[in-house]
Design a protein around this ligand. Structure first.
Ligand code: NOJ
Length: 562
C-alpha cells in the first residue's frame, strides 16, 4: 500500500514550470578556507578549489556553492565583506575567480556564490565614511545608527542581543573623540547592519548581483536572508537570538527576523536575475519555521530555493522524519518550488557527530575537550543512513565538503586555536563553529593530509583523519566516499530528484518507508532488525551489511520498487 504521491501537485498551476536544473540538483558547499590550499600558507584558496574540481565531477554533484571569498578582514571567516567586487588576497584575485567559474563550466558544474547583504564589514568604505561623516549624515543613513538612551546616551538604543553573544549595539567615538551614536550589529561588532529602507542600499546590491552575474556565476546563496529588514522603530526585544533556530514559533517573531518587508527585496532581485540567460538561481539562508513561512521566500516571483533547516535539525527518528518531509513537500509544492534537503554546513555540528549523541540530547554550539563526546561509530552509521534517505528525496540536496568522507566534527580542538567570534563574544561560553571547518584531508600520507603543499593548516586536523582521507577511501568498496558516489549515481539514473514520493505502509513506525518512482527506500531508525520484502535485491545500502535476516538498525537500503 502506498499513499498518494506528495510531490507534484498536478492541480497547482505553478508546479514544475519547465525543469530548471536547480529543481533537482545536488549542490556541494565549498568552504574556501578549508577546501584546498594551493600556496602552502595554510588557508585554502581559489586556485586550490579549481585544481580539485574533478573531485566534484567524480563524486557526481551538479553544482558547487562557494562561501564568501571577497575582500574581508576575516573577522567572521569572510562573512564580513569590505569589498563585494574584489577577491580577498588570501584566496587569490578576480582572475582566479573567473578561472574557477570557467573550469567549472567546462566540467559541467554550475557555480553559486554567497552574497552577504545584511551587514558589511566595519572596514567597508561605506562604514568608514559613516564614521567620518557623523550623526545625521547621508553616509550614516546606510546603516542603523541611533542615539543612545539615558541622560548622556550611554545606554544602547534597545536591548537587542547579538547572535554571537553580547549586545547588538556598539557605541562609536565621534570625530572629536567624544562618545557618540550607537550602531546595530546582529552579528559581530565588525559586521554593522545595513539599513534596507535606504534606496542606496538596494541599488548597491543590485549592482553587486549584476557584477557577479556578468562574471558568469549561476546564482547566489543569500546570507541571513530573513534578517535584512527590521521592524519599524526597532521595538525592544529581550530574548537571546539563536541563529540556528531563527524564528522560534513559541514566541512571536523577533523584530529583526522574517519581517514582511524582506519579500519586496527578493521580488526586486528576482527581476534582476531573470534578465540573465541560463536559469540562474537565488537561494535563501532563512532560519525560519514552520515550513509554510519558508515557502513565502520561494513564491514564484521571489527566490528559487530556501534551505530546509527544520529538516537539518530533525532527529534520527521515523515519525519526526516523516512529518518534516511531508510538511516540506507540501509547503514548497503549494508555491511550485522544489523542496531542499540538507544535513550539514559550516555553521552546525557535522551530522556524523550530531547523530553520535542520543536523539533528544541538547547539543552545544561547538564541542570541546571537556565536553561529553559523541559515539563516533554510531554517529557515522546513522549519518550514512540519513544521507541515503536524503539523497532519495525529490527536490534539491545540499552536501557540505567532507561529508562524503564521513568527516566528524573536530570535537577536541584546543581552545587557543579557535577563531569563531562566537567563542570570544560569548565570554567563552559557546565554543562555536570551528570544529566543522577543519581543512579537508585528501591524502593520508601527505603533510596537512594533502590540504596543501606544506604542513600548515589554519586549524589543526585530527591525526585520525589520515584514515578518512580521500585516497584511503577512493575505490574502496563500501567506504563512505564510494557509498556517496553510488547513491549520487543512482539518484541521477533513477531521476530521484525529479521523482514523486509516496509513503509505503506495512513497516514499523521507526522505519521510514517511501517510494520514489521506481525505487523503494527503507531507512531503519529503530533498534531492531526489520523484515525486508521477499527476494529483495538491494540497489545500494548505506553501509556494507548482510540483509539475509532483514534490515538492521541504522541502515538505509534502496530497492527496486515492484
Ligand atoms: C550565516 C553564515 O552562514 C554564518 O557563517 C555567518 O556567521 C552569519 N550568517 C553572519 O554572516
Amino acid at each position: 500500500m502506498t499513499s498518494e504521491p506528495l510531490t507534484k501537485r498536478a492541480d497547482h498551476p505553478l508546479t514544475a514550470p519547465g525543469h530548471e536544473w536547480w529543481r533537482s540538483a545536488v549542490i556541494y558547499q565549498v568552504y574556501p578556507r578549508s577546501f584546498a590550499d594551493s600556496d602552502g600558507d595554510g588557508i585554502g584558496d581559489l586556485p586550490g578549489i579549481t585544481a580539485r574540481l574533478p573531485h566534484l565531477v567524480e563524486l557526481g554533484v551538479d553544482a558547487l556553492w562557494l562561501s564568501p571569498f571577497y575582500r574581508s578582514p576575516q573577522a567572521d571567516a569572510g562573512y564580513d565583506v569590505s569589498d563585494y567586487r574584489a577577491v580577498d588576497p588570501v584566496f587569490g584575485d578576480l582572475a582566479d575567480a573567473d578561472a574557477l567559474v570557467a573550469r567549472a563550466h567546462e566540467l559541467g558544474l554550475r557555480v553559486i556564490v554567497d552574497i552577504v547583504p545584511n551587514h558589511t564589514s566595519d572596514e567597508h568604505d561605506w562604514f568608514q565614511a559613516a564614521l567620518a561623516a557623523g550623526p545625521g549624515s547621508e553616509q550614516r543613513a546606510r546603516y542603523l545608527f541611533r542615539d543612545g538612551l539615558g541622560e548622556h546616551g550611554e545606554l544602547p538604543p534597545n536591548r537587542w542581543r547579538s547572535v554571537f553573544g553580547g549586545p547588538a549595539w556598539t557605541r562609536v567615538a565621534e570625530a572629536d573623540g567624544s562618545p557618540g551614536q550607537w550602531y546595530l550589529h546582529l552579528f559581530d561588532v565588525k559586521q554593522p547592519d545595513l539599513d534596507w529602507t535606504n534606496p542606496q542600499v538596494h541599488e548597491e546590491f543590485v549592482s553587486v548581483l549584476r557584477f557577479w552575474l556578468d562574471h558568469g556565476v549561476d546564482g547566489f546563496r543569500i546570507d541571513v536572508a530573513h534578517g535584512l529588514v527590521k521592524a519599524e522603530g526597532l521595538p525592544d526585544w529581550e530574548h537571546e537570538p539563536e541563529m540556528l533556530e531563527g524564528t522560534d514559533s513559541r514566541f512571536s517573531r523577533p523584530p529583526y527576523w522574517d519581517q514582511p518587508g524582506v519579500h519586496d527585496i527578493y521580488r526586486e532581485w528576482h527581476q534582476v536575475v531573470a534578465q540573465y540567460a541560463g536559469d540562474r538561481v537565488l537561494v535563501a539562508e532563512a532560519w525560519v519555521t514552520p515550513a509554510a513561512r519558508i515557502a513565502d521566500y520561494v513564491r514564484p516571483d521571489e527566490l528559487h530555493q530556501s534551505f530546509n533547516f527544520p529538516y537539518l535539525v530533525t532527529a534520527w527518528e521515523g515519525p519526526a522524519l516523516r512529518e518534516v518531509i511531508t510538511e516540506s513537500l507540501e509547503a514548497m509544492g503549494s508555491v511550485g518550488a522544489p523542496a531542499t534537503w540538507v544535513l550539514s554546513n559550516h555553521d552546525v555540528l557535522r551530522h556524523v557527530t550530531r547523530f553520535g549523541f542520543e536523539a533528544g540530547t541538547a547539543l552545544p554550539n561547538g564541542i570541546g575537550l571537556a565536553d561529553s563526546q559523541p559515539n563516533h561509530e554510531v554517529g557515522l552509521r546513522r549519518a550514512r543512513a540519513a544521507t541515503m534517505l536524503m539523497l532519495a528525496l525529490p527536490g534539491s540536496c545540499y552536501l557540505y565538503q567532507g561529508e562524503e568522507l564521513g568527516l566528524p566534527e573536530h570535537t577536541t580542538l584546543p581552545d587557543d586555536v579557535r577563531q569563531d567570534p562566537t567563542w570570544a563574544r560569548s565570554s567563552h561560553e559557546h565554543r562555536g563553529r570551528d570544529g566543522c571547518r577543519v581543512p579537508m584531508p585528501w591524502a593520508g600520507d601527505s603533510p596537512s593530509f594533502g590540504f596543501g603543499p606544506s604542513h600548515n593548516a589554519w586549524l589543526p586536523q585530527p591525526s585520525s583523519w589520515a584514515g578518512l582521507a580521500l585516497d584511503a577511501q577512493r575505490t574502496v568498496p563500501g567506504s563512505t566516499y564510494e557509498t556517496y558516489r553510488g547513491a549520487l549515481r543512482l539518484r541521477r539514473e533513477h531521476r530521484l530528484g525529479e521523482g514523486e514520493l509516496s509513503w509505503v505502509d506495512g513497516y514499523p513506525e521507526q522505519v521510514v518507508a517511501l517510494r520514489n518512482d521506481d525505487v523503494l527506500v527503507l531507512a531503519n531508525t529503530g533498534r531492531t532488525t526489520v523484515p525486508l520484502p521477499d527476494g529483495a535485491q538491494p540497489l545500494l545500502t548505506s553501509v556494507p551489511v548482510d540483509l539475509s535476516a532483514g534490515l538492521p538498525a541504522d541502515v538505509t537500503v534502496w530497492l527496486p520498487a515492484r
